[in-house]
Design a protein around this ligand. Sequence first.
Ligand code: B12
Length: 257
Amino acid sequence: MNTPSLSLDEAADELGVHYQTVYRWVRSGRLPAGKVGGRYVIGPDDLAAVDASRTEVSAPPPPTARRLTQQSQAMERALFAGDETTARRLVRRLVDDGASVTDVLQQVVVPPLVEIGEAWSRGEAGVPIEHRASAIVERLIGDVSPNPRGRRRGAVAVAALAGDRHSLPTLMASVALREDNWHTEHLGGDLPVADLEDFLHSRDVDLLVLSATGDDQRHKALGVGHELSEAGTPTLVGGRGQTLPDLQLAARAVRRR
Ligand code: B12
């Protein structure tokens, strides 16, 4: 029901803007209006439509790449110091401000982990620092686990094979795929091949993703991935140096084949 009934004054009150603003929108055609007795009148549906478009336009843009880089430096300080509160709050805020969880992980969380690994290999950060940082990262990811709307692209299982205890990349890969609308089974790290095969036999899995950290692990994962693909489960293998957006694209490409 859109019978024009509101005066410009009333429309301005409804929208919480100045009378002149409504008048300008009517003159420019942005807000449809009729005329009764020489005065503009506006229909409630037209008013609601302008109100909705205003909300869309005024939604703040998501955090910029620059802000993510700055926040990555803050994240590095927090993870080295074991400051869990700051680390979790920082991620929560970026996601609330419209950043994708995938971008936050890739651009804000991964660089500090790489730096912690470098500091460890230089003998400047001990294993407890690294373990503590890893545990904080697991929890902060839990805080922002995505649950997107819409139809799922398919079911994907994500794991790292026996001998590779780097489960964090599998967690991040799972989250990125979930955010890209996959139904995700996160199987973690250090998974024996025979158990993985049993799992795949008992489920409908459209895609398997194997994360591999070192060169040996990558070699092994490529071999297993080849066999499982031949046996009917398309498998992607990836790891250090590749990114979560790389993974999302590769997974979509498999689905289209
Ligand atoms: C945390 C950590 C650990 C933790 C892991 C905890 C956990 N729950 O995961 C623990 C303590 C278990 C660990 C152990 C070891 N670690 Co460690 N570890 C790290 C550290 C600091 C962070 C790892 C991490 O999570 N990185 C962040 C991830 C998320 O980023 P990424 O690796 O780039 O991964 C991306 C891609 O893999 C992508 N992705 C994931 N899956 C897929 C799939 C596809 C298809 C695609 C396209 C992309 C993709 O997602 C990720 C994000 O973009 C790294 C440092 C580093 N540079 O990463 C060292 C590091 C990986 N570890 C290293 C080493 C040497 C070890 C040990 C051998 C140490 C030892 N002597 O015991 C052991 C090995 C244990 C084992 N058997 O696996 C080395 C590896 C060097 C090498 N050339 O192989 C590193 C690089 C440290 C260093 N600078 O030397 N480690």
